[in-house]
Design a protein around this ligand. Sequence first.
Ligand code: PGA
Length: 257
Amino acid sequence: MAEVVIVRDQEEAGRLAAAAIARRLAVTENPVLGVATGSTPESTYRALAAAGQRLTGVTAFALDEYVGLPAGHPESYRAVLERELVAPLGMDPDMLRTPDASPEGLHDTGERYEAAIREAGGVDVQILGIGTDGHIGFNEPGSSLASRTRIKTLTQQTREDNARFFDSVDDVPIHCVTQGLGTIRDARHLVLLAFGEGKAEAVAAAVEGPVSSGVPGSLIQLHPSVTVLVDEAAGSRLAHADYYRLAYANKPSWQAL
Ligand code: PGA
């Protein structure tokens, strides 16, 4: 099962995630990091920067990208990651890979992205948020657990959740290119973070509910190496919270996060 750690706040989660990432990158040749966007991973990127971590020599693959935004749009995930990851962590911008969502590239964007991940040796650590509807990446409910990188239609819920980054919900694209659930499952380690009451139901369903395409986040139950970092609010619907606290309080020193 996933290691579930209930932390005080986003900053503590960010520090734990950053430490776990740094440890894995340090022992990996040509490391590959899977990166997420949205509010959730921000404290992890801040903590990596605060720890003086440089991502020189690291290749990063984004989970997803909007379709239909003009190149260089500040809310395109490429632009977000250039601001929040590449610049503060000293990454080579050419080593940040995002799915090609240009009109010319869409027809085979999924195949090309999958090939690029394979050629880089696969993702060592994948950072994940979870949507209020249970999505990971932009794999909305109903996504095949075996899906690969492809074009998806966003749910109205996701567009409303992401409207805060745009002038209005109508400006949020309807389509995206996202790594599939099968793609995410291939990463060697998953770190899923979630904060706030609004995520509580999705977190409980993903961690403890049945494995189902209806809750794409439940894919984590099929993965042998997963860390889930949640604040009290996001963890408030977990039936086995006491057990997770007991396990973490008694975590053997040899067991890495
Ligand atoms: P958020 O989104 O980090 O902005 O809450 C998470 C997600 O949709 O995966």
